[in-house]
Design a protein around this ligand. Structure first.
Ligand code: 6R9
Length: 652
C-alpha cells in the first residue's frame, strides 16, 4: 500500500514527541489540548451550531444564511440563503485598518521586487474586474488563468471572484495540450496569461503555449496578455488577444462586488485521478472561504505582524487556499516568489526569508529533502531567526526530513505542522495546532475540530489502531468539493461509492495508540512526484498517443528526493526497435503532452506487459519490478510468466 518500505519501518518505530514550545503556546490562538478537545467535542455534538458560529465569525455576509447544512448524501449545500463576495472579504473589509499594509511582497526570479498594499491590490482587482466585464464576462462564466507566480495571478483570481466569474487556474508548467484540455472542459470564455514567466533563468513560453492551444479552444473568445518577460509591450499574435495594460487602462477603481449565493461556484481546479482524464474539482464560495480562512489562522497561528510565506504555485490548490484566499481573508502579509527554489544559487529560499523577515514558512517535503541534500551550511549562513513556525504539505514527510526541517531551518525553536489535505477537501483536514498539539515527526497528528477522519476497511469496519486501512472523511465539511465539473456521476463514483455517504480520500493511513494519523500514500493509481499529483493513467495515455508506442504502463518507484519517481514500461508497435533516442523522444513527448513534471524518470522497453487472464495490466507487479524487488505478489493469475522474467532481466 505505501510506497517506501524503509519509511514505513521508520515511522512504525518513531517515538519522538515534541510538545509545543511554552513561549509559543502562551500567545497562540489555541493553547492546549483542552482547547482542542473542547472545540472538537462541541463540533461533534452540534455541528450546525459549530459551523454556523464559525461562518459568522470568518466572513462578512451581505445576507445572512438560515440553514447551516443541507446534506443529501453525497450532495452538500452549506450556509444556504446567505450571500457574500470573496474579493470583498479579502480586500474591502481590510481597507479601513490595513489600506497601507503590504498584502503581497513579490520577488521575481531575476530579483525584481514589488510590494503591493491592500489598498493597491484592491484598485488593481477592481480595474481588472471592470475590464473583464467590458469583455462581456458575467456571473457564472468561466475564466482561465495561466500565469506565472506574479501579483497578477492573485489579481486575476480576485477579479473573477469580485464579479462572480468562476476561475480555473492552470499551472504555468503545464503544456499547451494540457491547457487546451482543461479550458475546453471548463468552457472558458477568456484566458488570462502573460508573455512568459521566469524559471531557472529561462523564459517559460506561456503566450506561445496559449497561441498553440487557441487553435482548438473554441469557447475562448479573448486572451488577455500581461507583460512579464519582454521589455516592451508583448506583441499580440492576433485579434483575439488584448494587452492586460490596455484592458485595465481607464477602467474605474470601483467595481461593485457581485453578491453571490453561498453555493455559487468559485473555482474549478483540475487534478489527477485514476483515469486518463483530469477531474475538474468544483468548489463553491462560502464553505470554501470559511474553512480556508479559519484553518489559515489556526494552523499557522496567524498574527497581525506575521510575514507569511507559502511557497506553492497558485496553479495548485495549496496556492488557492494558502497563498491567496486564506491569508488575504486574514489580512496578513504574504510573500509571492516567482521562480525556482535554488536559482541562481542554493540559498535563494533562505535569502528570501532573511530579506523579508518571514515568520512562517509553508513548503513541501520534496523541497525540504532537496535542501537537506545540499547540506546544513547553506541555511546556517543565513539569518533565519525571524521564523517562528514551519509547515509541510503535499506528501508524507519522512521523520528524517521532518527532524532536519525542525533542527536546521527552525533551529529547534519552531513548531512543525505537517498538514494533510487534498484539492478535493479545499482546506487542511488533519494537522497539529501549533500551540496545542504535541507533534511526532512523520505524523499529521489529529483531525481539526469538526473533521471526522476515520480509518476503515472496504466493508466500512473500523480498522484497529496500529493497522493500515483506508482514510475516509465520514461527515461533510464546508470546504468539500461539490462535484466534478461536467461529470456529476464521476463525483459520486470516485468519492462516495467505496462506502455510500462517506468521502473516500484515496489515501491509506493508520492511527497509533494516541489516535495520531500516519499517512501512508495513495492506494489508487495516483502518484505524488516531487509533491505534484499525477495520474499514472494520464502519463500512459500520453505515451500511447505516440505513433510508435503500442502499450504503456506507468508506475511509481520510491525515490529519495522526489518521494516517487515515474517508471514507464513501454511496448512498441511492430517494426520499431528500442533505442536510447526513442527513449528520449518519448520522454520529450510526455513533456509536450502534459508538462515537464510528468516526464518519466525511467523508460523501459518490454516485449510484453504482465497481464491477468482477463487482460488487466498487473501494476503491483510492475511496481515491484521498478523498485528492483523480488515480487511478493501472487502471480498465479499472470498470463505469461515469461513476460515477468523478461522484465526482471531487462533491468539496466
Ligand atoms: C494539498 C495537496 C493530495 C494528496 C493526498 C495525499 C498527499 C498531501 C499530505 C499528503 C501525507 C501530508 N498529501 N498532504 N500525504 N501527508 N501532509 O497536496 O493536494 O495535490 O490534491 O494532493 O497528496 O496523498 O491524497 P493534492
Amino acid at each position: 500500500m505505501a510506497e517506501t518500505q524503509h519509511e514505513i519501518v521508520s515511522v512504525l518505530t518513531e517515538a519522538r514527541v515534541f510538545p509545543p514550545p511554552e513561549a509559543f503556546s502562551r500567545r497562540a490562538h489555541l493553547r492546549s489540548m483542552e482547547d482542542y478537545q473542547r472545540l472538537w467535542d462541541e463540533a461533534a455534538r452540534n455541528p450546525d451550531k459549530y459551523w454556523g458560529d464559525r461562518a459568522r465569525e470568518e466572513l462578512y455576509w451581505k445576507e445572512p444564511f438560515q440553514t447551516v447544512l443541507d446534506w443529501k448524501p453525497p450532495h452538500a449545500r452549506w450556509f444556504v440563503e446567505g450571500r457574500t463576495n470573496l474579493a470583498y472579504n479579502c480586500l474591502d473589509r481590510h481597507l479601513a485598518t490595513r489600506r497601507d499594509k503590504p498584502a503581497i511582497l513579490f520577488e521575481g526570479e531575476p530579483g525584481d521586487r514589488r510590494s503591493v498594499t491592500y489598498g493597491e491590490l484592491s484598485v488593481e482587482v477592481n480595474r481588472l474586474a471592470n475590464g473583464l466585464k467590458s469583455l462581456g464576462i458575467k456571473k457564472g462564466d468561466r475564466v482561465g488563468i495561466y500565469l506565472p507566480m506574479v501579483p497578477e495571478a492573485v489579481v486575476a483570481m480576485l477579479a473573477c471572484a469580485r464579479i462572480g466569474a468562476v476561475h480555473s487556474v492552470v499551472f504555468g508548467g503545464f503544456s499547451a495540450e494540457a491547457l487546451q484540455e482543461r479550458m475546453n472542459d471548463a468552457g472558458a470564455r477568456v484566458v488570462l496569461t502573460a508573455d512568459g514567466g521566469w524559471r531557472k533563468g529561462a523564459v517559460v513560453p506561456l503566450l506561445k503555449n496559449v497561441e498553440q492551444a487557441l487553435k482548438n479552444m473554441p469557447t475562448v473568445e479573448k486572451v488577455v496578455v500581461a507583460r512579464r518577460t519582454s521589455t516592451d509591450a508583448p506583441a499580440l499574435p492576433g485579434p483575439r488577444y488584448v494587452a492586460w495594460d490596455a484592458l485595465v487602462k481607464g477602467q474605474s477603481d470601483v467595481c461593485e462586488p457581485e453578491w453571490v449565493e453561498s453555493e455559487h461556484p468559485l473555482f474549478i481546479l483540475y487534478t489527477s485521478g485514476s483515469t486518463g482524464k483530469p477531474k475538474g474539482v468544483l468548489h463553491t464560495t462560502a464553505g470554501f472561504a470559511v474553512n480556508a480562512s479559519l484553518t489559515t489562522r489556526w494552523v499557522f497561528d496567524l498574527r497581525e505582524d506575521d510575514v507569511y510565506w507559502c511557497t506553492a504555485d497558485v496553479g495548485w490548490v495549496t496556492g488557492h487556499s494558502y497563498v491567496v484566499y486564506g491569508p488575504l481573508m486574514n489580512g496578513v502579509t504574504t510573500i509571492v516568489y516567482e521562480g525556482a527554489p535554488t536559482h541562481p544559487g542554493p540559498a535563494r529560499f533562505w535569502d528570501i526569508i532573511e530579506r523579508y523577515k518571514a515568520t512562517i514558512l509553508y513548503t513541501a517535503p520534496t523541497a525540504i529533502r532537496a535542501f537537506m541534500r545540499l547540506g546544513d551550511d547553506i541555511p546556517r549562513q543565513k539569518d533565519l531567526s525571524s521564523l517562528r513556525l514551519l509547515g509541510s504539505v503535499g506528501e508524507p514527510i519522512n521523520p528524517e526530513a521532518w527532524m532536519w526541517y525542525r533542527d536546521v531551518i527552525g533551529q529547534g525553536r519552531c513548531p512543525v505542522v505537517d498538514t494533510w489535505w487534498q484539492t478535493e477537501t479545499g482546506s487542511i483536514m488533519i494537522s497539529p495546532l501549533p500551540g496545542a498539539t504535541p507533534t511526532k515527526p512523520g505524523s499529521a497528528t489529529l483531525p481539526l475540530p469538526g473533521i471526522h477522519a476515520e480509518i476503515l476497511d472496504r466493508q466500512g469496519n473500523t480498522v484497529p489502531r496500529g493497522q493500515g486501512g483506508l482514510l475516509f472523511i465520514t461527515r461533510p465539511w464546508p470546504s468539500m468539493l461539490r462535484t466534478v465539473y461536467g461529470d456529476p456521476e464521476r463525483y459520486t463514483r470516485t468519492y462516495f461509492s467505496e462506502l455510500p455517504g462517506k468521502y473516500f480520500t484515496g489515501d491509506g493511513a493508520r492511527t497509533d495508540a494516541d489516535g495520531y494519523f500516519w499517512l501512508m500514500g495513495r492506494v489508487d493509481d495516483v502518484v505524488n512526484v516531487a509533491g505534484h499529483r499525477l495520474g499514472t493513467a494520464e502519463v500512459e495515455s500520453a505515451l500511447v498517443a505516440h505513433p510508435r508506442v503500442s502499450e504503456a504502463a506507468v508506475v511509481g518507484r520510491p525515490d529519495d528526493l522526489k518521494g516517487t519517481a515515474l517508471v514507464a514500461f513501454v511496448t512498441l508497435k511492430n517494426g520499431n526497435a528500442p533505442s536510447a533516442e526513442l527513449k528520449k523522444e518519448l520522454a520529450q513527448h510526455v513533456s509536450k503532452e502534459i508538462g515537464a513534471i510528468a516526464r518519466p524518470d525511467e523508460i523501459r522497453f518490454a516485449e510484453g506487459l504482465p497481464k491477468t487472464r482477463s487482460g488487466k495490466i498487473m501494476r503491483r507487479l510492475l511496481r515491484d519490478v521498478a523498485a528492483g524487488k523480488k515480487s511478493s505478489q501472487d502471480t498465479t493469475t499472470l498470463e505469461d510468466l515469461n513476460v515477468l522474467a523478461a522484465l526482471q532481466q531487462n533491468e539496466e
